[in-house]
Design a protein around this ligand. Structure first.
Ligand SMILES: Cc1ncc(C[n+]2csc(CCOP(=O)(O)OP(=O)(O)O)c2C)c(N)n1
Length: 564
């Protein structure tokens, strides 16, 4: 029940900040703008809400998204109208594809100027219509509480995602004295699987010889992870993680089968293809997970398919399942675990689980080091020395193969990586992680291309003394695109080479610790110095551009493409 009602005249902006306090918001990420000055002013009277002032709205929105991933509560981002909103769209799209709760507040022109294309005016409903779960403009200060409450509920409900609220400038300064109940912080209403569905899942599994679970999506928790690990052991079912959801399951667990993402282990791809029962647990099993929709037949799967997803409209959208369960993966696995342990018939499946796990262990074994600065040796050092609760962040690029394939994610929320494949995510995500978890090691991996998309957020890291370590893997090019060029247009290099700054010097100019590493034997000591620096650090790894993937060279790619 809500606490007693109270009446007090507040402006729209003050009401908004009061609502954020009721929702227990402790952090917001913003770039200031004259269109929402009144909110900035109201925030100065709410010290409970930490403010992270960013250098570009794309970075601010990515930080808010990363906050949402880390906490399960909507990440709050505030930006100015027009250009602020267009910049912020980069982070909004990640929240959409990654199913992350997030609320973007955007300044808006005054109500009596609308529809004239006034200065920086945009219709956000149309602009963000496909990306956000809900977009609205708050027309009256008397409706701020209602709209903000709805925004929190929508952002967290079903498939979590982004919500956009536009704030007309004059609405923010108008006062209202409507009666407002003191609300409790919003909690997502949770759907549960039916008893009959749970029975069907367990009966189906009992008869299975080569099952596979693929887990992913949003709204995961430590408890859900424990439940799934126990369920997988009890029922002898291998578990694969979907693209960039590798921290949903302990990678050192004996039931782990690896990750279904870009450059999937061919052995895992085959195990998914040939599974007799496939349980998609919270994942849409989209293009990246399914190796370009090639692992499960559309619309009729050859596997017996059970699809668990919080949004009923997603079930049957691509794959027609034998059983669809419109409930969160976390609730479903909890309910399954509560059903107990099977009495018999596990031995065949235990061998299957062991074989899947063996495939993963072979695939995640580092190759021999190549080149003067061997990435394999750098990763071996990090794998051996990083604490288990280290938060690893990255954006997009070939360098991410090192991070995804060879590191073990052992604890909940130790991976912050964009399922949407957005470059430039790693550094803002690392800043957010360091703001939320001041006691944990945070490592951001970036390519030379990726890093400079939001490199200016180093200034934000320095401002807040965020304890994070950046590793820039510099190969002097947009390597992923070069790789695709060599495969499709061998020898024809176009628009993929880069001229870079001295990254270590750049980092130092921001006030970070900066080092350049050119040989393998320099890395361990450089890493030690970076970690002992009390503040952000950056190590630039100058790697051989010819070594385009962990196992292939540009020459290899070119020759095999030319031979086709
Ligand atoms: C915002 C954004 N722009 C463009 C792309 C397309 N893209 C994917 S990877 C990539 C190159 C990444 O280069 P870099 O960070 O240097 O890493 P490398 O592939 O060289 O390891 C590009 C341009 C993208 N995914 N995201």
């Amino acid at each position: 029940m809500n606490e007693m009602l109270h009446i007090k005249a507040l402006s729209g902006a003050e009401t908004l900040v009061e609502c954020l306090l009721q929702q227990k918001v402790d952090q917001c990420f913003l770039v200031p703008g004259e269109s929402y000055l009144a909110v900035l002013d109201a925030l100065s009277d709410a010290p409970q809400i930490g403010v992270t002032v960013c250098r570009q709205e794309g970075g601010a929105a990515m930080m808010a998204e990363a906050y949402g991933k880390l906490t399960g509560r909507p990440g709050i981002c505030m930006v100015t109208r027009g250009p602020g909103a267009t910049n912020a769209s980069a982070g909004l799209h990640i929240a959409r594809q990654d199913a992350t709760p997030m609320i973007l507040f955007v300044g808006q022109v005054a109500r009596d100027m609308r529809e004239r294309e006034a200065f920086q005016e945009i219709d956000y409903r149309r602009m963000f219509g496909q990306v956000a779960k809900w977009v609205a403009e708050i027309d009256s200060p008397g409706r701020v509480a209602e709209m903000v409450s709805r925004a929190f509920h929508v952002a967290m409900s079903g498939r979590p995602g982004p919500v956009v609220l536009a704030l007309p400038e004059d609405m923010l300064v108008e006062t209202t004295d409507v009666i407002r109940p003191k609300l409790a912080a919003a909690r997502a209403a949770v759907a549960a699987p039916t008893d009959a569905d749970l029975t069907t899942v367990l009966e189906t599994l009992e008869r299975a010889a080569k099952p596979m679970i693929v887990v992913g999506g949003g709204a995961w928790s430590e408890q859900a992870r424990n439940d799934l690990e126990a369920f997988a052991s009890d029922w002898a079912v291998p578990v694969a993680a979907s693209f960039r959801c590798q921290d949903f399951f302990d990678n050192t667990h004996s039931c782990y089968a690896g990750d279904a993402g870009i450059g999937i282990n061919p052995a895992l791809a085959e195990r998914i293809r040939s599974a007799d029962v496939l349980i998609l647990l919270g994942t849409r099993f989209s293009e990246m997970e399914s190796s370009g929709y090639s692992l499960v037949n559309i619309p009729g799967p050859l596997q017996k398919l059970i699809h668990v997803y919080p949004d009923p409209d997603e079930i049957g959208r691509v794959y027609a399942p034998d059983l669809g369960i419109a409930a969160p993966a976390a609730e479903t696995v909890k309910a399954l675990r509560e059903r107990g342990v099977p009495d018999t018939g596990l031995s065949e499946r235990q061998a299957h689980v062991a074989a899947c796990n063996a495939d993963y262990r072979v695939w995640s074994t580092l190759p021999d080091g190549r080149g003067k600065l061997a990435m394999a040796d750098v990763m071996a050092h990090l794998k051996a020395t990083l604490p288990a609760n280290t938060i690893v962040t990255n954006g997009a690029g070939n360098y991410t193969v090192w991070v995804h394939r060879f590191l073990h994610y052992r604890q909940h929320r130790t991976q912050l990586a964009p399922i949407s494949g957005s470059m430039g995510y790693g550094l803002p995500a690392a800043v957010a992680a360091a703001r939320v978890h001041t006691d944990r090691t945070v490592v951001c991996f970036a390519g030379d291309g990726c890093f400079l998309m939001h490199g200016q957020e180093l200034a934000t890291a320095v401002k807040y003394r965020a304890n994070l370590n950046v590793i820039v893997v510099n190969n002097g090019m947009y390597g992923t695109i070069r790789m695709h060029q060599e495969r499709n247009y061998p020898g024809r290099v176009s628009a993929t080479d880069l001229v870079n700054p001295d990254f270590a010097m750049l980092a130092k100019s921001y006030g970070c610790h900066g080092e350049t590493v050119t040989r393998t034997e320099q890395f361990a000591a450089a890493w030690e110095r970076a970690c002992s620096y009390p503040g952000p650090s950056l190590i630039e790894l100058q790697v051989d551009p010819e070594l385009i993937t962990p196992t292939q060279t540009i020459e290899d790619l070119r020759r095999s493409a030319q031979a086709r």
